[in-house]
Ligand binder design. Structure first.
Ligand code: OGA
Ligand code: NI
Length: 363
C-alpha cells in the first residue's frame, strides 16, 4: 500500500454489507449485481475433483530427510509458481495459537457495531481502514464484502489512528501474527530463489526493508451468490501474498486457470500463498501472478486475513538479469520504482491483471 492519494472522488453511497443483510432486503441492491459475464457462477463438482492447487510441505524444505526430498519439494514449488501462481503451504511453522488469535480478534472486530468500526474509516480513494477499497466512481459495482486494512511495516506506512482500541488484543495479536508471517515470507522467498537457481538471499537483499500490509475481508452470506462477487477479479500488486481463511471456511477463493474459475479447497491449518505482480516482473514472467476473485455463499459467512509482502518503495524493479536472454527470452517488463507501481495499483479499480500493463513492454 503506497502513500495515500489525496482525493475528492465521488463514490456514491457505499452500503455496509453486514448492515444491509440485517435489514433482510427481499432483493440484492442493484449496485452489487454484476453483469452476466462477471457473475460468481459456481463451478461444477466435477471441476472440484480435477483441480487442486499444489500443496508444498515447508518442513520438507527446512528439515529434509534426504537431499532428494528437498529437491523434490523445490520442484513442486517451482511448478506451482510457474503453472498456478498459487499453492497451499503446510507445516509452515506458525503456531496454531497465533493463527487462532488473529482470527478471533478479526472476527470480533467485524462483529462490533457499525458506529465503532466507523471510527476507523477508509476514506474514498484510500486503502487503509474499514470500508470498501478500490471504489472510484458512483456507478462502479460493489463487492459483497466488508474490509479492514492496515499498513503494518515499516512503521512509516502505519496510520496509528486506524489501529483499533477494540477488540482489546487486536493490535497485540496483529503485531505477533505479522512478525510470524514476515518470517514465513522471507523463508518462502529464499526457497523461491533456490527454485530459480538464484542465490538464496537474492530477493531479501534486493527488497530492503520490506513493506507489509494486512487486509481482513469479511464476506457475509448472500441470498443470491449467483448475482454478486465477494471480491472482484484481480492479481495482487505484492511480491507474495499470504492468505489465511477462517477455520472451517467454506470455499470462496477462485483462481483463473486455463480460462476456468477453479475453487481453492481449504486444507486445515494450511496457508494459501500466491505470487504477486512484483515476482512476475522480477522473473520476467516465469512465475505468474494469477488472477483470482472471491465468491459468496448462501448460508455461510467467510473471513480471510490477507498479508501483502512487497519490496521497499525505493526499490527499482525490473526483470532480473539471470532470467533474461536477449535471444531466447527477451525482457517483457520495463524498469520502475516499486513505490510508483504501488501507487498506480491502489489508485485504480481492481480489474483482472490490468494493473500490470503499467510494466509491460508491448510489442
Ligand atoms: C485479496 C484476496 C481473496 C479472499 O484480499 O487480495 O484475493 O478469498 N482475497 O479473501
Ligand atoms: Ni488477492
Amino acid at each position: 500500500m503506497a502513500p495515500l492519494p489525496i482525493s475528492s472522488i465521488r463514490v456514491g453511497n457505499i452500503e455496509d454489507v453486514q448492515e444491509l443483510i440485517k435489514s433482510k432486503p427481499n432483493k440484492v441492491p442493484e449496485r452489487f449485481i454484476r453483469e452476466a459475464n462477471e457473475r460468481g457462477v459456481l463451478v461444477s463438482h466435477k471441476t472440484h475433483l480435477h483441480h487442486h492447487i499444489p500443496v508444498v510441505d515447508l518442513s520438507k524444505l527446512s528439515k529434509p530427510h534426504t537431499h532428494d526430498d528437498f529437491l523434490f519439494e523445490i520442484l513442486k514449488l517451482s511448478q506451482a509458481c510457474e503453472d498456478w501462481g498459487f499453492f497451499q503451504v503446510i507445516n509452515h511453522g506458525i503456531e496454531v495459537g497465533v493463527v487462532k488469535d488473529i482470527e478471533k480478534v478479526a472476527k470480533e472486530f467485524f462483529e462490533m457495531p457499525l458506529e465503532e468500526k466507523k471510527k476507523y474509516p477508509m476514506e474514498p480513494g484510500t486503502v487503509q481502514g474499514y470500508g470498501q477499497a478500490f471504489i472510484f466512481s458512483e456507478d462502479q459495482k460493489l463487492d459483497w464484502c466488508n474490509m479492514f486494512a492496515l499498513g503494518v511495516h515499516p512503521p512509516f506506512i502505519r496510520n496509528p489512528n486506524l489501529w483499533p482500541s477494540k477488540p482489546a488484543r487486536f493490535s497485540e495479536n496483529l503485531e505477533g501474527y505479522s512478525k510470524e508471517i514476515r518470517t514465513l515470507c522471507k523463508r518462502l522467498l529464499k526457497y523461491i530463489a533456490i527454485s530459480l537457481d538464484l542465490k538464496e538471499e537474492r530477493f531479501e537483499e534486493m527488497f530492503g526493508e520490506a513493506v507489509q500490509a494486512v487486509r481482513m475481508n469479511y464476506y457475509p452470506p448472500c441470498s443470491r451468490p449467483d448475482l454478486v462477487l465477494g471480491l472482484s477479479p484481480h492479481s495482487d500488486g505484492s511480491a507474495l501474498t499470504v492468505l489465511q481463511q477462517s477455520k472451517n471456511s467454506c470455499v470462496g477463493l477462485q483462481i483463473l486457470k486455463d480460462n476456468t474459475w477453479v475453487p481453492v479447497l481449504p486444507l486445515p491449518n494450511a496457508l494459501i500463498i500466491n505470487i504477486g505482480d512484483t515476482i512476475e516482473v522480477l522473473t520476467n514472467g516465469k512465475y505468474k501472478s494469477v488472477e483470482h476473485r472471491a465468491v459468496t455463499n448462501r448460508e455461510r459467512d467467510r473471513l480471510t486475513i490477507v498479508t501483502f509482502y512487497a519490496p521497499n518503495y525505493e526499490v527499482k524493479i525490473e526483470p532480473m538479469g539471470e532470467l533474461v536472454d536477449h535471444e531466447t527470452n527477451p525482457c517483457k517488463y520495463r524498469s520502475y520504482n516499486h513505490g510508483d507501481y504501488s501507487y498506480h495499483y491502489v489508485s485504480n479499480k481492481l480489474q483482472g491483471k490490468k494493473s500490470l500493463d503499467f510494466a509491460k513492454i508491448l510489442n
